[in-house]
Design a protein around this ligand. Structure first.
Ligand code: PGA
Length: 242
């Protein structure tokens, strides 16, 4: 299989953890696994200066203009970012980002020559109503066609009920959903596209999740703020080169 694991540290609105810039930092990408960090805008510079692989937590598709408080995707590229998170559920909830806006961000990110990490996932209510596949299909509708031209697009399946709650999808449920997501991708990109799992991934559950054939890495929030634990997750990923 030609997919390399990607372990992404989503620091959200927190300062970078102590030692993130040290020579032996667990946040450094080395060897068999890609490791990236997603700091706040104000900490991007420090992470780039530390020579980490860096992404932004969001970005605005328009290159410039009257959008107070926003940072454009082209500005992020110029600054040294390589990845942009698109449509994290916290952005959808707190900033009203819609599927259409998320697709626009993903397009702008691809056009800038960077990797979009498109986040999708159902709420607890939707899962209880057994609508999770329907929700995912809808969220992916504007995205799947982009993959045809752009294998650098990455998808993150993050069930909303698992984010920051300590509840994780079972490895089986994660695998079922990842393989469903893969089946929705155009045939010629199905094998190449990386699909990350996110939602309370930690050092204790990473192995079972990363073992699943369609789980190609993790988007990690809480556990990514603990360098030692994050390093253990990266170590686990290194044991399972895909
Ligand atoms: P969590 O966050 O690991 O704290 O659940 C994941 C995310 O929101 O990306």
């Amino acid at each position: 299989m030609d997919r390399k694991f990607l372990i992404a540290a989503n620091w959200k609105m927190n300062p970078p953890p102590t030692g993130f810039d040290a020579p032996d930092s667990p946040y450094r990408a080395e060897g068999a696994v890609d490791v990236i960090v997603l700091p706040t805008f104000v900490d991007l510079h420090a992470a780039i200066a530390a020579k980490l692989l860096v992404g932004a937590q969001c970005g605005r598709p328009e290159p410039s203009g009257a959008f107070t408080g926003d940072v454009s995707i082209t500005q992020l590229k110029t600054f040294g970012c390589r990845y942009v998170l698109c449509g994290h559920s916290e952005r959808r909830r707190e900033h009203g980002e819609t599927d259409k806006m998320v697709a626009e961000q993903a397009i702008a990110t691809l056009e800038a020559g960077m990797h979009p990490i498109v986040c999708i996932g159902e709420t607890e209510e939707e899962r209880r109503a057994k609508k999770e596949r329907h929700v995912i299909e809808k969220q992916l509708k504007n995205i799947t066609q982009l993959v045809t031209r752009n294998p650098q697009l990455i998808i993150a399946y993050e069930p909303v009920w698992a984010i920051g709650t300590g509840k994780t999808a079972t490895p089986k449920d994660a695998q079922d959903m990842h393989s469903f997501i893969r089946s929705l991708l155009p045939k010629d990109q199905r094998n190449a596209t990386r699909i990350l799992y996110g939602g309370s991934m930690n050092a204790a559950n990473a192995e079972e999740l990363l073992k699943q054939p369609d789980v190609d890495g993790g988007l990690i929030g809480g556990a990514s703020l603990k360098p030692e634990e994050f390093g253990r997750i990266v170590g686990i990923a290194e044991k399972f080169p895909e």
